[in-house]
Design a protein around this ligand. Structure first.
Ligand code: LLP
Length: 445
């Protein structure tokens, strides 16, 4: 079972999420179905917000990195928790604004934001835009001039810390499509450039060292390097950055190879990072910068599960047993993309002993369409409900209509009650934008 009390086994031996029986949810809403526990999402937002208010005097802002799961309801939750959000496209920005999210608490990211996206952001009053290229700085300066405003910006820095789940490496690596490298001098160069642009209000720096990271030291090193850089720039240019945005990256539990972090562990990550910032600020006689963090996966990842109905079962003796579900890579492409490992549960008999290893196959027309390979499972039959755990982050947000399958709906569970937050698609939705040119109708070449 996962980390906290989000998932339980009820008296009937069935999987329960946020107090709701998973098998009943499957019956009521159909499968495949994304299910989110609202309490888990709120608890995670709060743990970061509390860390900043208690350990750092409230001098900062938590942004939910909405690329992990973007829909109107999640922005509404973030708004009610009084945190900000990060968006990476016009589409995410539009969704947030439609949900009534305050524009000034939105940060916008992207290594190649398009001009219409930047214009949309400037006109909507987006709080801070994270500049990732010289070209973008020029475009933004012109857009801000046209709008008659001074746009607040920060610059994305590549600090040369590469983080992996359980390790980190420090490199002078400049080979990344993101950010301005400290090592090759481009971080200093963009600083000089942004300070010279009249319509931009240059506020500081951002970095993001990776995702699904458990190694505390990687976050501390990155924070330290950015503070070193702020000090260096102050000495050279007399400019002291006010905002320090350290990105996201905190890991979550997917299967037994991962640690099960409790709320206090996430608080502990924040404590280490904040201690480092305070130490360096004191050492260099700098003001403590306004601290921004952007967790995505850790807020929604373990809050979500996906429910499926088992269809065909193919046992190839001595080779492998495939259990096919009504979903697949179109609604969870993470095994196909990254060979991500998941925990799978038979929701009808969540406490049954695992007696076999099976592979969970999707319904798409390709062999690589798998959700999990050789995972332990109890006896399983066609018609059973399977739950794949920790699918709240980067599943719905990376889903597609491949093979013209429906992107599944999502429900939000709160104290045992579930409501749609994303409605089911239908065939009309799939063909809505299709056009047959007249000459094809007439069969006229
Ligand atoms: N901030 C920036 C600038 C980012 O690029 C990301 C994630 C985040 C924050 C949030 O990071 P998190 O807290 O979620 O680790 N599709 C991949 C994950 C890509 C993450 C990209 N950037 C996956 O499914 O594992």
């Amino acid at each position: 079972m996962n980390t906290r009390d989000t998932l339980k086994i009820n008296a009937a031996g069935r999987l329960q999420i946020g107090g709701a029986d998973a098998v009943e949810l499957a019956k009521k809403f159909g499968t495949p179905l994304y299910v989110f526990d609202e309490k888990h999402i709120r608890d995670m937002m709060r743990v970061y917000r509390n860390a900043i208010s208690r350990l750092y005097g409230g001098n900062g802002l938590v942004l939910y990195a909405s690329k992990a799961f973007s829909c109107k309801a999640v922005y509404a939750i973030a708004k009610s928790e009084n945190i900000g959000v990060d968006v990476v496209s016009g589409g995410e920005l539009y969704t947030a604004l439609q949900a009534g999210f305050p524009a000034d608490k939105i940060y916008m990211h992207g290594n190649n934001k398009l001009e219409y996206e930047l214009e949309f952001a400037v006109k909507s009053g987006v709080g801070v835009i994270v500049v990732d290229s010289f070209r973008e700085a020029e475009i933004l300066d012109n857009l801000a001039a046209a709008a008659g405003i001074k746009q607040r910006v920060i610059a994305r820095i590549n600090p040369g810390v590469e983080a992996h789940t359980h390790a980190y490496v420090q490199t002078a690596r400049t080979d990344s499509k993101f950010g301005f490298s400290i090592a090759d001098g481009s971080a200093e160069e963009i600083t000089r450039h942004l300070l010279g642009l009249k319509n931009l209000d240059f506020k500081g720096y951002h970095c993001h060292i990776g995702s699904q990271i458990f190694e505390k030291q990687s976050f501390v090193i990155a924070a330290g390097k950015l503070m070193d850089f702020i000090c260096e720039i102050k000495q050279k240019l007399g400019y002291e950055a006010e905002i320090l945005n350290l990105g996201g990256g905190f890991g979550v539990w997917y299967n037994d190879e991962d640690p099960k972090l409790q709320l206090e562990d996430y608080y502990g990550y924040m404590q280490c990072v904040i201690d480092e910032i305070k130490d360096k600020a004191e050492k260099y006689a700098l003001k403590q910068p306004f601290l921004v963090i952007e967790p995505g996966r850790s807020i929604v990842g373990e809050a979500g599960i996906t429910l499926y109905t088992v269809g065909a079962i193919k046992d190839i003796p001595g080779v492998r047993k495939y259990v096919a579900i009504d979903g697949g890579m179109f609604e969870n492409p993470r095994y196909a993309l990254y060979q991500s490992k998941y925990t799978v549960i038979v929701a009808d008999r969540a406490d049954a002993e695992c007696t076999q290893k099976v592979s969970i196959a999707g319904k798409c027309c390709e062999s690589g369409d798998l959700i999990a390979v050789d995972v332990p499972l109890p006896e399983v039959n066609s018609g059973d409900i399977l739950a794949v755990l920790t699918t709240g982050a980067y599943n719905y947000s990376m889903a597609s209509n491949y093979n013209r399958n429906f992107i599944p709906p999502a429900v939000l569970v709160n104290e045992g009650k579930a409501e749609y937050i994303i409605k089911p698609q239908n065939y009309e939705d799939l063909t809505r934008n299709d056009v047959i040119p007249d000459r094809l109708v007439k069969n006229d070449r």
